[in-house]
Write a protein that binds this ligand. Structure first.
Ligand code: NDP
Ligand code: 2IT
Length: 448
């Protein structure tokens, strides 16, 4: 039998060969697989039963045409995706992303991450992801509605409350989930928790909107506790200004931090007095405007074009909450030089492998996305539970469960990092902890 190291190397080669050109997926798979070498050494049965070869291969990949009509009556077409990655632990579960950069490699990386993230939550959820290269920016409400309806006209035959439960991600929030739910209901004649992130009037959960950002801050707070400190008085930088970023700001501020910088895909704002969240919420959630507008309303604030510059802002805590590979090695070096003590990934894979390595080497507490941003999908799991019971829990009940889940995820990652020889390395620890449950379930379920 090949050594664990050789075995993992062979699986990585297969991934690259089978999925040519899908660099984001290669990146995500490589990170997880490399951290599993000590696990394979301890558990040769996983190698004997080709478990890694099976776990990197999605159970099902669906690609479909999404035709829709714009406001001028012209026919448009986009491409839709749903990857049902792994159902060992429960129904496929994961968001839908609408962004022009979406292609199969993005959905596959997100689906793969989701498998281990969902496992870490401790809830009964498999992993999946979907999306489209549709760009909601600049589209009218009716165009977005017609697109969502057309997207669902195909997707509905693949999803269900006990088979596959989509939710939001970049470009998909309450508005889009509402339109998709409406169309799904019309097509199937059913009413159940087939999507999460629904409106509060029709089966949505309190605290789901806040959950990813809040969860990321709860997780960061656990890392800070390990450093014998807290958010109180900390200067915080948060990239992005969407769902995750907004509620990370809210919770970090509640815990005594001061958020001085936020961004969108055009640039970033710096406000040394602390960014006013009401203005951000108005600009982003209601008016759907650019973050540059903030500087027009707050004279003390500065706007700078380009989003990478945000990492030059001196801070104690950095929360990248926008998109993949938005924080590179150079940015990581700057953060380290400026004394940053903790970085947690609110987004999926926002730090490049070089950046993550620099943080770990320099003893910056580093929370990887599949652990730090798991609060969103965890609360989606809580929404599924409420829908099944035909009950709604209070905000406080959901928030308390979310908090416990985040504390447990941090603990699981920390303990696994110690057990497998890299104490404090939460990347390795979270990968291992997330993997073990899926691996045990797949072994028990036979040839799956
Ligand atoms: P939103 O669409 O609400 O916000 C996305 C934010 O990121 C916007 O500020 C957007 O700027 C910025 N952004 C998007 N793409 C790029 C890009 N290519 N370059 C620079 N900035 C970009 O999405 P969410 O807040 O929901 O998602 C943010 C991240 O968090 C994603 O990585 C997502 O996968 C992850 N995540 C989300 C969860 C959720 O529950 N929503 C759960 C777990 C993770 P602009 O408006 O200019 O495009
Ligand atoms: O990346 C993610 O975990 C999400 N976008 C949330 C998925 C979900 O099903 O709530």
């Amino acid at each position: 039998m090949a050594s664990a190291k050789e075995y993992v190397k062979n699986v990585i080669e297969t991934v690259k060969k089978r999925n040519p050109g899908e660099s984001e997926f290669h990146q995500a798979a490589l990170e997880v697989l490399e951290s599993l070498i000590p696990v394979i050494e301890k558990h040769p049965e996983f190698q004997e039963s080709s478990l890694l070869e099976r776990i990197v291969e999605p159970e099902r990949q669906i690609i479909f045409r999404v035709p829709w009509q714009d406001d001028k009556g012209r026919m448009q077409v986009n491409r839709g995706f749903r990857i049902q990655y792994n159902s060992a632990l429960g129904p496929y579960k994961g968001g839908i992303r609408f962004h022009p950069s979406v292609y199969i490699g993005i959905i596959k990386f997100l689906g793969f991450e989701q498998v281990f993230k969902n496992s870490l939550t401790g809830l009964m959820m498999g992993g999946g992801k979907g999306g489209s290269d549709f760009d909601p920016k600049g589209k009218s409400d009716s165009e977005v509605m017609r697109f969502c309806q057309s997207f669902m006209n195909e997707l509905y035959r693949h999803i269900g409350a006990d088979t596959d439960v989509p939710a939001g991600d970049i470009g998909v929030g309450g508005r889009e989930v509402g339109y998709m739910f409406g169309q799904w209901k019309k097509l199937t004649g059913l009413w159940n928790g087939v999507l999460t992130g629904k409106g509060l009037d029709f089966g949505g959960s309190l605290a789901r909107t806040e959950a990813t950002g809040y969860g990321c801050v709860y997780y960061t707070d656990e890392m800070l506790k390990d450093r014998k400190t807290s958010f109180d008085g900390k200067i915080v930088t948060i990239s992005g200004s969407g769902n995750v970023a907004i509620y990370a700001h809210q919770k970090a501020t509640q815990l005594g931090g001061k958020v001085v910088a936020m961004s969108d895909s055009n640039g970033f704002i710096y406000d040394k007095n602390g960014i006013n969240l009401d203005t951000i919420k108005k600009l982003k959630e209601v008016e759907r405007k650019r973050i540059s507008e903030y500087a027009k309303e707050h004279k003390g604030a500065q706007y700078t074009e380009g989003c990478l510059g945000i990492w030059n802002v001196k801070c104690d805590v950095a929360l990248p909450c926008a998109t993949q590979n938005e924080l590179d090695g150079k940015a990581a070096e700057t953060l380290v030089k400026n004394g940053c003590a903790a970085v947690a990934e609110g987004a999926n894979m926002p730090c490049t492998p070089e950046a993550a390595e620099i943080f770990i080497k320099n003893k910056v507490s580093f929370g990887p996305g599949k652990a730090a941003n798991a609060g969103g999908v965890a609360t989606s799991g809580l929404e599924m539970a409420q829908d099944s019971q035909r009950e709604s829990w209070t905000f406080d009940e959901v928030d308390k469960k979310l908090y416990r889940i985040m504390v447990n995820i941090h603990k699981a990652g920390k303990e696994a990092s110690e057990e497998y020889g890299t104490p404090g390395n939460l990347v390795n620890g979270s990968n291992i902890a997330g993997f073990m449950k899926v691996a045990r379930a797949m072994m028990a379920q036979g040839l799956v």
